[in-house]
Ligand binder design. Structure first.
Ligand SMILES: [Zn+2]
Length: 345
């Protein structure tokens, strides 16, 4: 029995020291000291040996058991230390891999910059859904029933929702102005808010037109607001966004939902007004139509046009971004081509 125990101890020590990982060590421990382990099994054989030898053998078994158990603990600590060691071929002077980082799309960046500029002037930011009804897209905005923009040539009507009343016919919003009326209906005058968002037109794309593009509306409705104040405000906003003084001019223009209507042009930022291919040698770029909300639009919002007036502009975000970076093809911004977009990070 004594020899058996001695060889068990030596064998145990060798196996514990040979364990290379913690799970391996755990397995060795189980095979020695577990329920079916060799030491445990030996203890069960105690009954077979003569009574007078039992105390000595019992002590011996306990010593073997304690020794092996202590050795397992020591080996476990050793393995833990070894696992956290840095391997010899690790070179801490090699430069690390730079983490992948995203960036804002230049159009979204422009949108945020405008938000900041308008917010600093007390405007609220309004958001609405991409799908709207014929009622909100056209009726409220004084579009005559036979206006060509209502036809599928320009507007994307939703399949199975393109018939019925003006409330039932649904489309992708062709402009933001329709939902601006929704804002007017659900808030109390006077108003001062901006409404950024994507709009959709079924048209052929070219360097300056896309099927989906961003608009940015700003609307003030109040009892007393002059054109001059509006022009100064736009000039201030653009100067803030471009970080330098920007000249603007107003020309008359026609849109069904404003009366009178105008176009606001900004001085071409690519050539500084001298004339270039981007501004078609005019020195000015059309960036936003606008005007005073048409009396019928104010009525649709539940306001008395004799009491209220206002100022409305619809900023072409894409056009503004083209100006900011001197890019002459709007489609590049929507291409999703990272080689192009990563330049603006
Ligand atoms: Zn130019």
């Amino acid at each position: 029995m004594k020899e058996k125990l001695e060889s068990l101890l030596q064998d145990g020590i060798a196996r514990i020291n040979a364990a290379k990982t913690e799970p391996e060590l755990q397995e060795v421990k189980g095979s020695l000291l577990g329920k079916q382990g060799s030491v445990t099994l030996l203890m069960k054989e105690m009954g077979k040996i003569p009574a007078e030898e039992r105390p000595v053998v019992g002590q011996l078994i306990n010593r073997v058991k304690n020794e092996l158990s202590a050795l397992v603990d020591t080996r476990r600590e050793e393995l833990k230390l070894k696992a956290s060691e840095v391997s010899e071929d690790f070179d801490c002077t090699v430069p690390g891999l730079p983490p992948m980082s995203g960036g804002l799309h230049p159009i979204i960046q422009m949108c945020y910059d405008l938000n900041d500029a308008f917010r600093s002037m007390g405007f609220e930011i309004f958001e609405s859904t991409d799908i709207t009804s014929e009622h909100y897209a056209f009726d409220n905005l004084n579009f005559p029933p036979n206006h060509p923009a209502r036809e599928s040539m320009d507007t994307y009507w939703l399949k199975d929702h393109d018939k019925g009343t003006a409330w039932e016919k649904l489309c992708l919003r062709p402009h933001l102005t329709g939902d601006s009326v929704r804002y007017l209906q659900t808030h109390k005058a006077p108003y001062r808010f901006v409404y950024p968002g994507r709009v959709y037109r079924n048209e052929t794309t070219d360097a300056r037109h896309e099927r989906a593009f961003y608009q940015y509306e700003a609307l003030i409705v109040d009892k007393d607001f002059t054109f001059t104040a509006g022009k100064v405000m736009i000039q201030a906003i653009l100067s803030k966004v471009f970080g330098r003084h920007v000249n603007v001019r107003m020309r008359s223009g026609f849109f069904p939902f404003v009366e009178p209507g105008f176009e606001i042009d900004m001085e071409c930022q690519v050539c500084g007004g001298k004339g270039c291919s981007v501004c078609k040698n005019v020195g000015w770029i059309e960036v936003m139509p606008g005007g005073t909300p048409h009396p019928n639009v104010l009525r649709a919002a539940g306001l008395d046009p004799d009491e209220y007036t206002g100022f409305y502009v619809n900023i072409g975000l894409d056009r503004l971004v083209m100006m900011r970076y001197g890019v002459d093809d709007v489609r590049l911004f929507h291409s999703g081509d990272l080689r192009f977009l990563e330049q603006f990070r």
